[in-house]
Design a protein around this ligand. Structure first.
Ligand code: AKG
Length: 488
């Protein structure tokens, strides 16, 4: 079968409803040529001298070592693949975008549910972010001025704790020719929007959850109990998110404010070993280099990916169960949120009950008050033995095994510019690692998905696929960073 290559081939007739032929978004070609991240060099340079043996350099090295301990910084292993010298990786020439664009104003929430959510059809919505302050102010320069001193998560260490960099250092890293523009798979900010942190509070004011995604049933479990579910995402060219399915069978929306993202989506049921073949590094750049070309070969045995080039102002809807990998084509800034709604409640409930019993008990109590119709769904699943526990939701509700998992974490943070700490909180005196490999585990009350997020380079975000959620849950309350993409 296919072995390797670089991305950027033309999709074929298997790609659903090709709608718009993309031109090469990098025609102006900055990232591929190692140009600093677009459009903000003035502010970034003013903030930091990104060269020499500066403290900036030390902080970046430290963050890199923590976020990807398998790569030696000093031996140049962050650029061992030479992806930065392979401009085809960032080219969209010949790609056929396979998703329809629908203007948000032409769709009610109910129409969205009927046309896209219930049939689990991905779509790109336009116009959703037009009125957001984020559309105007989430530029590198502006964010630098406002939040340059704040630390953002750029990865997790081997114990699952957040690795953070100040935004001013991250932006210097993103633009300095010897840093991100040279790295195979650069560090990526994937930061849970935590209202207990300064940057979380600030950024949360800059956007509104669009009405079609507003149902957000997990809020009934309580902000403290529910897993992290919304993230600020910023990354330079070639950073991204490796192939995964979002956790707990949630669906997601991802609104892009700056730059361009390349997506590859596979429908639910696509075999994991096809889309995540063993031996391929868990980085988006590696996936698009080594796996994507195979998906275009005549003997590819699975469905072809849907290619999408998401541009600024576009919001992609990723329904529950879809595999997706995402690579940034230039410096991107986005916000993404995972959610449960009436449309995906049944699978989310199954995964949550199995993987997060304490949360599901609390959630069920609230659903009983506010959504008895969904409790009937949960009971039906239990009666059919489909909630994986075999116990009825009626009987489980009283036991509320949901005791503690107290979020021990108040938000004091260890104070260094590049550090590792549990999400939202203080690193416990004795760190405890949640189960799972490579730091992939779900924190007790933590991440939607937790822990590892080598899924996207460095970033700590949503998490991975169809792993029995029970394997993700950690007991106790000293928790590693909550990530969106965990390892499987
Ligand atoms: O913006 C990205 O890197 C994609 C994020 C993603 O795939 C996700 O949040 O599930």
């Amino acid at each position: 079968m296919c072995t390797a290559g670089t991305g950027g081939t033309t999709t074929d007739a298997h790609a659903p409803k090709p709608q718009h032929l993309c031109t090469d978004v990098l025609a102006e070609g900055s990232a591929a040529q190692g140009d600093p991240a677009n459009g903000h060099s003035k502010g970034v340079k003013a903030a930091d001298n990104g060269s020499g043996g500066s403290s900036f350099e030390r902080k970046v090295r430290k963050a890199k070592r923590a976020a990807r301990s398998e790569l030696s910084v000093s031996r140049g292993e962050w650029h061992k693949h030479g992806y930065a010298a392979a401009p085809a990786l960032l080219s969209t020439a010949g790609l056929v975008d396979g998703l329809p664009r629908v203007h948000a104003s032409s769709l009610t929430a109910e129409e969205f549910a009927e046309r896209y959510e219930r049939p689990r059809q991905p779509v790109v919505l336009t116009g959703l972010c037009d009125g957001w302050r984020a559309s105007r102010e989430w530029t590198p320069d502006h964010l630098l001025q406002r939040l340059g001193h704040c630390k953002f998560k750029v990865g997790s260490d081997d114990d699952g704790y957040a690795v953070r960099l100040k935004l001013k250092h991250f932006l210097s890293y993103a633009s300095h020719p010897e840093h991100a523009p040279a790295d195979d798979s650069p560090l990526y900010i994937f930061a849970h929007l935590d209202p207990d942190r300064e940057e979380g509070r600030a950024l949360l004011k800059d956007f509104e959850v669009p009405t079609m995604f507003a149902e957000d049933l997990m809020r009934l479990a309580g902000e403290r109990r529910r897993p992290p579910y919304r993230w600020f995402v910023m990354g330079p060219a070639r950073s991204g998110t490796a192939m995964h399915i979002d956790p707990l069978a949630t669906s997601a929306w991802n609104a892009l404010l700056q730059g361009h993202k390349r997506w590859a989506l596979f429908p639910p049921g696509t075999p994991k070993d096809l889309v995540k073949p063993p031996g391929v590094e868990r980085e988006a750049a590696s996936w698009f280099t080594h796996v994507y070309p195979c998906t275009q070969a005549p003997d590819w045995p699975g469905p072809r990916p849907i290619d999408v080039i998401q541009g600024p102002g576009e919001t992609i809807y990723v329904p529950q169960g879809w595999w997706h990998a995402v690579m940034n084509l230039d410096l991107t800034i986005a916000v993404t949120q995972n959610y449960a709604s009436t449309a995906n409640f049944a699978p989310v409930w199954r995964h949550t009950k199995r993987g997060r019993p304490k949360m599901s008990a609390k959630w069920l109590r609230e659903l009983r008050e506010q959504r008895p119709d969904l409790v009937a769904v949960a009971d039906q699943l239990a009666a059919e033995g489909k909630d994986e526990s075999g116990t009825s939701s009626s009987s489980s509700s009283s036991s509320s095994s949901s005791s503690s998992s107290s979020s021990s974490d108040s938000s004091s943070s260890l104070s260094s510019d590049s550090d590792s700490e549990p999400e939202g909180g203080r690193r416990p005196a004795k760190r405890r690692r949640t189960q799972g490999s490579s730091g992939s585990a779900e924190a007790a009350d933590g991440a939607l998905p937790a822990g590892e997020h080598r899924a996207h380079c460095g970033g700590g975000g949503k998490q991975d696929e169809q792993q029995p959620a029970g394997q993700q849950q950690a007991a106790g309350d000293s928790k590693p960073e909550a990530g969106k993409h965990d390892a499987d």
